[in-house]
Design a protein around this ligand. Structure first.
Ligand SMILES: [Zn+2]
Ligand SMILES: [Zn+2]
Length: 284
């Protein structure tokens, strides 16, 4: 099977949405894109803010930069995967994984612009660093004109948004794990674990076995119910979720506080919908 590229998977997944849901998503994307553009315009138009942001960016190690863009990618994947998660299984947002300070957000939008320029117009950055602001200003306003020329309503923000997602993706080095072949084990987010409901076992007749300890759960006793509806003894599931964020029965994934683990989880949700669409197209 040919390798599915992230943009095609995302577009295929979005194509399954009903028009109202797609409109909602486009609006939320548009407002985020608008906010980032406004921030970037602000940075580029102020020599002081530009040099502060550039200095902050230069002070970051490569792994810190990569974490910055990973957070950026994570917030985009949260937005893009949200319509595909059934409301009952959708756990509340855990801002700790996506929280970006204003200073880091500035650094991230500038870093993304630099990556974009380096990709399309590498010669532009071979000028002395003191000329960068003027150069970036010019390139940025030209690109804005192109984008607004193409833009028709909220939908015009979608393609540049997906381009940005892919740019973050490449920077973070997350390529090649599209099918989720290699997955690191990450702990479930303690916030998500705290929110798991306790339910009384039984009522429907028949016995329920806890697959972790292989023992039956006493009728009427409290058990932990995961969002996939599988039941476990609390004493069995808690240590399990401290090491992994997956259900022992069906591998349903709970949110995690690990940024890369969370990217993987949300990407798999999108990939499941998108890749089915891509493959069924090819079957005709
Ligand atoms: Zn058990
Ligand atoms: Zn399960």
């Amino acid at each position: 099977m040919e390798e599915l590229e992230p943009p095609s998977v995302i577009m295929a997944a979005l194509a399954t949405l009903s028009p109202p849901r797609l409109t909602d998503l486009s609006h939320s994307i548009f407002s985020e894109v608008h906010q980032h553009r406004r921030r970037l315009t602000f940075i580029l138009s102020s020599p002081t803010l530009f040099s502060l942001t550039l200095r902050h960016l230069n002070s970051l190690s490569l792994s810190h930069k990569s974490l910055l863009l990973a957070r950026f990618l994570l917030s985009a994947l949260r937005r893009l995967s949200r319509p595909f998660q059934s409301p009952s299984k959708l756990l509340p947002y855990h801002p700790s994984t996506a929280a970006i300070s204003p200073q880091d957000l500035d650094a991230a939008v500038l870093l993304l612009l630099l990556c974009e320029v380096r990709q399309h117009n590498p010669a532009a950055l071979r000028t002395p660093i003191t000329k960068w602001r003027a150069t970036l200003c010019r390139i940025y306003s030209e690109s804005l004109l192109t984008i607004s020329g193409l833009a028709t309503g909220g939908g015009g923000a979608l393609i540049p948004y997906i381009d940005t997602v892919v740019r973050c993706w490449k920077f973070v080095g997350f390529v090649g794990s599209c099918g989720g072949k290699v997955r690191r084990e990450v702990a479930a987010s303690p916030m998500a674990v705290v929110e798991l409901p306790s339910v009384a076992v039984g009522g429907g007749g028949g016995t329920v076995e806890c697959v972790i300890c292989k023992e039956e759960m006493g009728e009427g006793r409290d058990a932990c119910k995961l969002p996939c509806d599988h039941l476990f003894h609390w004493l069995c599931i808690l240590p399990w979720l401290r090491k992994r964020n997956t259900c022992p029965c069906c591998r349903f994934q709970l949110p995690t506080d690990d940024v890369f683990g969370e990217i993987q989880r949300l990407w798999e949700i999108l990939f499941k919908v998108g890749s089915t669409m891509c493959t069924s197209d090819g079957d005709e």
